[in-house]
Write a protein that binds this ligand. Structure first.
Ligand SMILES: NC(=O)c1ccc[n+]([C@@H]2O[C@H](COP(=O)([O-])OP(=O)(O)OC[C@H]3O[C@@H](n4cnc5c(N)ncnc54)[C@H](OP(=O)(O)O)[C@@H]3O)[C@@H](O)[C@H]2O)c1
Length: 279
């Protein structure tokens, strides 16, 4: 029997893993992508889950994964572009390999998955369904903090892609929504820390030392992944979903700060980090 199915990219941990479980419990067939291994045991034991193997930077592998959905004959009614990495460090010192990887995964990977998936979403629409794409953005796609600038640039790109795609696809009955979390308790924070050399001994060291406790506090105060999964489910299923949803504690503060003059924002971000006030 044909089942309504959703593809979630990056289900090995964090938001993707919780979202896949959340959607399974609510009756969807879930296709979840991982880059390596058999997939998380809590998902693979579920009959409604199918693991796909692809890196979002590998177009041929994405295509093979999408072909699996076609072969199963399941109707794809949703895509959650969740796979992402967070590269941090001063722009001056982040390696070329790292800043390219940031965009290869978060931006070009998302475009590739959309391109490969859209024929199936159009087919669902033609069969009378209301398919949706949910892109996982970030509060970093609303405001840019220092030392996560490259990550932020990738998430601003995700917001632009979301708005543009929605305006291209609405006439074809496909909605495109951004779910943008603030801090969430997931492994992405430690992965980012472990992956970069950009923090080692450089002119920014004194600011980076001061940044550390703020980052740790933000991570500790982050929301649980279930909160984001619920927002994603709402974006996929609500009759009239919001096109952009910010999921964070005190999200109103971020929205307010975004409305202030850039020089005010500069002071907000820099005053805790700079040794002197000559900024
Ligand atoms: N945690 C937060 O505070 C936060 C806040 C705002 C937005 N977000 C966004 O939420 C999304 C999920 O992140 P998370 O916090 O749940 O972190 P996470 O636990 O590290 O999950 C990231 C997922 O993306 C996958 N991935 C990474 N590179 C990939 C690639 N090249 N191809 C395919 N999959 C890849 C990872 O797979 P591997 O295990 O193989 O690396 C993992 O499954 C990201 O887009 C992130 O930017 C997170």
């Amino acid at each position: 029997m044909t089942k309504d199915s959703i593809l979630v990219t990056g289900v090995s941990s964090g938001i993707g893993l919780t979202t896949a479980s959340y959607l399974l419990k609510r009756g969807f067939h879930v296709y979840g992508s991982v880059r390596r291994g058999a997939g998380p045991a809590e998902l693979t034991k579920e009959p409604g889950f199918t693991v796909l193997h692809f890196d979002v930077r590998d177009r041929a592998a994405i295509r093979a994964g999408i072909q699996r959905i076609r072969d199963d004959g399941n109707r794809l009614v949703g895509l959650v572009n969740n796979a992402g990495v967070a590269i941090s460090g001063p722009v001056e010192t982040v390696s070329e390999e790292e800043y390219r990887r940031q965009f290869e995964v978060n931006v070009f990977g998302l475009i590739a998955v959309c391109q490969e998936t859209l024929p199936l979403l159009h087919a669902s629409r033609e069969a009378g369904f209301h398919p949706r794409i949910v892109n996982i953005g970030s509060v970093s796609g609303y405001l840019t903090s220092p030392f996560t600038t490259i990550y932020s640039a990738s998430k601003f790109a995700v917001e632009a892609l979301t708005d543009g795609l929605r305006r291209e696809l609405l006439a074809y009955g496909i909605d495109v929504i951004s779910v943008a979390p603030g801090p969430v308790k997931t492994p992405i924070w430690s992965k980012g820390r472990d992956q970069t050399e950009a923090f080692r001994d450089n002119r920014y060291s004194h600011m980076l030392e001061k940044l550390g406790p703020y980052t740790e506090a933000a991570e500790a105060d982050g929301v649980e992944t279930e909160v984001v999964a619920a927002a994603i489910y709402e974006a996929l299923t609500a009759q009239k979903p919001q096109p952009a949803v910010l999921v964070m504690k005190k999200g109103w503060m971020a929205k307010l700060l975004k409305l202030t003059p850039k020089r005010f924002q500069d002071r907000f971000f820099v005053k805790r980090l700079a040794e002197n006030r000559r900024y």
